[in-house]
Design a protein around this ligand. Structure first.
Ligand code: XIL
Length: 372
C-alpha cells in the first residue's frame, strides 16, 4: 500500500504546469477521436500510461454473471457504490455488517482489481436510527468509533478511502464554505481533520482522499466550490493532516462545459499541494439530449473524450473510475431519467453490455495521455 501511495504521489507536485498553458475551453475542440485497439480492455489502455481504470461495484449487479465478467475483464480497480455507506454498514448503533463490503473486496481481489472504499463520512445514506441516536454529546465518539472499526477491518487491503464526501456547499453561507451537515452541527468544522487523523491511525498505509462533486464546470457556483475545496485542502496540508488525494466525482451532463481555465488552474493548485487527483464517479447524463440514440451516444462519447483528454493532461490525475460500467445498472435510471421515458445511456456499455461510442472515447483519451 505504501508503495502504491508513493507511486501515486511521486511527480504530482507541479505536474500540472502544462495544464495552465494549455487551458482553454475545449468543448467541441476535437471533432472526432482517433482509432483505438478494441482487443484491449479499458484497464489495459489506461495501465499503458500508468493510470488505473475501474468502476463502482454493487453487490446485486455483480450477481449477474455477464456483467461481473465484463467488470472483471475491463477494470483494474473497483469502488463500493453503496456497501460501505453508513446505512449499509450499520444496521443498528452497536452493530456492523461487513457482508456487502467484503463481497466486493472478494470480487475485486479475485479479479486482480484494487479496492477503494466509499465513504466514511457523508451527510447522506445515514441509517434511520442515526437521527434519534446521534447527538452533540456522542457524535464525536460515534464518528471516531465508526472510522476506527471500518478502516481497521480493511487495513492493508484498501487502495484508498474516501474519508469525507461532499462536505462543501458555499450556498450554506459559512465563510469557510463548509456544508451545514449533521457532522458539522454536532462536532464543528474540525470533524473533517479528525476523520482523516482517525483513518490514518487505523490504516497508516491507505491513501486518504477527500471527494467532492460539482467542481468541474466553468461556472460561478463551481468556482466558489473549488475555492472552498482548495482552502480546505491547503489548510489541512499546512496542519499536517494526513490527506493524500482529491476525488473529483465527475458526474457531468452532456451539455456541461468543462475544461476551462479556472478548472485548469485549480488542478494545478491541487497538484502543487502534492495531492493525487482521482476521477472517482464519472458518468455523462444524456437526460436532456434530444434526437436519435446514435446522436445522443455521440454527444456522450464526445464529452467523455473532451473531459478525459483535458483531465489527463494533468499528470496528478492517476485514476479514472466510472459510476457503473453499463446502463443495465446505473443509478441514473432512477435518479435522472429521461423525460421521454427511453433508457439513459451514460456509460461505456449499454444495457445489452455492448460497448457504446463512449468506450472508444475513453480508450482514445487513455491512448493520447502522457505516461505517469
Ligand atoms: C449513489 C448510488 O449510486 C445510488 O445507488 C444510491 O441510491 C445513492 O447514491 N455521489 C456519491 C455517491 O458520492 O455515493 C452517489 O451514489 C452518487 C452521487
Amino acid at each position: 500500500m505504501e508503495l502504491t501511495r508513493r507511486k501515486f504521489l511521486i511527480g504530482t507536485a507541479a505536474a500540472c504546469a502544462a495544464v495552465r498553458a494549455m487551458a482553454a475551453p475545449i468543448a467541441g475542440e476535437v471533432a472526432a477521436f482517433p482509432h483505438v485497439d478494441s482487443s484491449k480492455s479499458l484497464g489495459q489502455h489506461a495501465a499503458a500510461k500508468g493510470i488505473l481504470f475501474g468502476t463502482a461495484l454493487g453487490v446485486e449487479p455483480l450477481k449477474d454473471p455477464a456483467y461481473a465478467n465484463l467488470v472483471g475483464s475491463q477494470c483494474r480497480i473497483g469502488v463500493s457504490e453503496n456497501a460501505l455507506k453508513w446505512n449499509a454498514l450499520r444496521p443498528a448503533p452497536d452493530r456492523y455488517d461487513f457482508s456487502g463490503g467484503d463481497y466486493l473486496y472478494q470480487f475485486s481481489s479475485s479479479h486482480g482489481m484494487k479496492y477503494r472504499g466509499h465513504t466514511l463520512l457523508w451527510e447522506q445514506a445515514l441509517p434511520t436510527w442515526f437521527h434519534n441516536t446521534v447527538n452533540a454529546r456522542n457524535a464525536k465518539a460515534m464518528m471516531l468509533d465508526h472510522i476506527s472499526v471500518v478502516v481497521r477491518h480493511y487495513a492493508g487491503k484498501m487502495h484508498s478511502w474516501d474519508v469525507v464526501n461532499e462536505a462543501i456547499d458555499p450556498d450554506d453561507g459559512r465563510p469557510d464554505g463548509l456544508k451545514n451537515t449533521p457532522w458539522l452541527q454536532m462536532i464543528g468544522p474540525e470533524y473533517i481533520e479528525m476523520a482523516f487523523h482517525a483513518a490514518h491511525e487505523a490504516d497508516p498505509k491507505a491513501m486518504l482522499t477527500y471527494n467532492e462533486n460539482w467542481i468541474e464546470p466553468e461556472n460561478r457556483p463551481a468556482e466558489q466550490k473549488r475555492q472552498a475545496t482548495l482552502a480546505l485542502l491547503t489548510n489541512m496540508k499546512k496542519k499536517g493532516v494526513p490527506v493524500h488525494g482529491l476525488g473529483i466525482q465527475s458526474h457531468l451532463f452532456a451539455e456541461t462545459i468543462v475544461g476551462g481555465p479556472n478548472f485548469a488552474h485549480f488542478l494545478d493548485e491541487i497538484a502543487d499541494l502534492g495531492l493525487a487527483i482521482l476521477i472517482t464517479e464519472m458518468d455523462i447524463r444524456d437526460q436532456h439530449l434530444v434526437g436519435s440514440v446514435e446522436s445522443r451516444d455521440q454527444a456522450v462519447a464526445q464529452k467523455y473524450y473532451d473531459y478525459l483528454s483535458f483531465m489527463l493532461r494533468c499528470k496528478a490525475v492517476k485514476a479514472v473510475l466510472t459510476w457503473g460500467l453499463s446502463s443495465r445498472y446505473t443509478w441514473l435510471t432512477k435518479f435522472s431519467p429521461r423525460p421521454d421515458g427511453s433508457p439513459v445511456r451514460p456509460l461505456p456499455y449499454d444495457a445489452d453490455l455492448k460497448p457504446t461510442p463512449a468506450w472508444r472515447a475513453v480508450a482514445a483519451a487513455f491512448d493520447q495521455a502522457g505516461e505517469r
